[in-house]
Design a protein around this ligand. Structure first.
Ligand code: SF4
Length: 311
């Protein structure tokens, strides 16, 4: 019966095949019932009054499967990592759907997808690159490339194998350039490229002198500020258990000479001591008020480190 259901779900049975398969299943059930003394009282399935109803129900099901066969044959892939054939490039694709008509590629975006009248170039390039990875892995260029925004707005881009290949080749050239430089005698700082985009989510910030050196030039979002400073006064404990730390600023993306940082929960930073004069480094702190860079708070992503010496 299970294999019969699978055939129906596939939607590919002809009317004759369906009848033959139905008869075969009922014959099998009938023989099994006759063999089993416990089930024999159920009688002959060919005489069951429900048999017609079962038959109709299954033919209905088959008709419905036939009417919408595509959705039963679509393969869905989400957050799938694909590599180029040479294994030099890879990407994690939000979603793509493979069906008999081709491959539909989708990338989800949380922010605005447009830059004036055009799709944002970075978003478009990313989608074209994913299309390249799909082509490398499945031998088919996606038939649709779609960006989907926060409110389910969608933006379809024209497919272009040429552009996809060009982006992939540019990436290979950049990679090769960096590999050549790494093999040269250049100091490691030569490779850093601090910018708001590059550094926001980088966990190397605490040890990256290039980042701290560039702080006066790069703009960070209000929830991702960084500071190095000297503890100015003893920490202040609030009734709710949080601690406030006040620092004389040495380096910071907050444009201020003194900053008060609240919501430091000591349980989360067990090594943090209360020592006036110590140098502390904090990343991913949030500016509380847009108009006041002297007041910030710790977030879940904040790091607090004690520094013994400078960069
Ligand atoms: S913090 Fe340093 S290593 Fe990280 S992205 Fe910025 S410049 Fe590069």
């Amino acid at each position: 019966m299970e294999s019969f259901h699978a055939l129906i779900a596939g939607g590919r049975l002809s009317a004759r095949e369906f009848r033959l398969e139905f008869n075969r299943v009922i014959e099998t059930i009938s023989a099994e019932l006759q063999r089993d003394p416990v089930s024999r009282h159920l009688g002959d399935p060919w005489l069951w009054p429900e048999l017609t109803e079962i038959y109709r129900h299954l033919t209905d099901l088959l008709e419905r499967r036939r009417a919408v066969p595509k959705c039963f044959r679509t393969e869905v892939y989400t957050e799938k990592t694909l590599y180029s054939k040479d294994k030099l490039l890879f990407g994690q694709i939000d979603a793509f759907f493979i069906n008999p008509e081709g491959i539909e590629l989708v990338d989800y975006k949380s922010g605005s997808m447009m830059d004036g009248d055009l799709p944002k170039e970075d978003y478009a390039n990313q989608l074209y690159f994913y299309a390249y990875l799909i082509y490398e892995n499945y031998g088919i260029y996606p038939r649709s490339l779609t960006l989907i925004g926060k409110n389910s707005d969608s933006l379809c881009l024209d497919g272009s194998m040429e552009r996809s290949k060009e982006i992939a080749n540019d990436m290979r050239m950049v990679l090769s350039k960096y590999n050549d430089q790494i093999n040269s005698a250049l100091p490691i700082e030569h490779f850093s490229s601090p910018s708001s985009n590059n550094c926001i989510f980088c966990d190397a910030k605490p040890v990256c002198s290039a980042f701290w050196g560039a702080l006066s030039e790069i703009e960070l979002p209000s929830w991702s500020h960084a500071v190095i400073g000297v503890q100015a006064i003893p920490m202040i404990r609030s009734r709710l258990g949080g601690v406030t730390v006040e620092l004389e600023v040495e380096e910071s993306s907050l444009r201020t000479s003194r900053v008060r940082i609240t919501r430091v929960f000591e349980g989360r930073y067990p090594d943090l001591q209360d020592r006036v004069g110590q140098r502390l480094l904090l990343t991913n702190i949030r500016q509380v008020l847009p108009s006041n860079p002297s007041l910030a708070e710790v977030t879940e992503r904040s790091l607090i480190l004690t520094m013994e010496s400078g960069f």
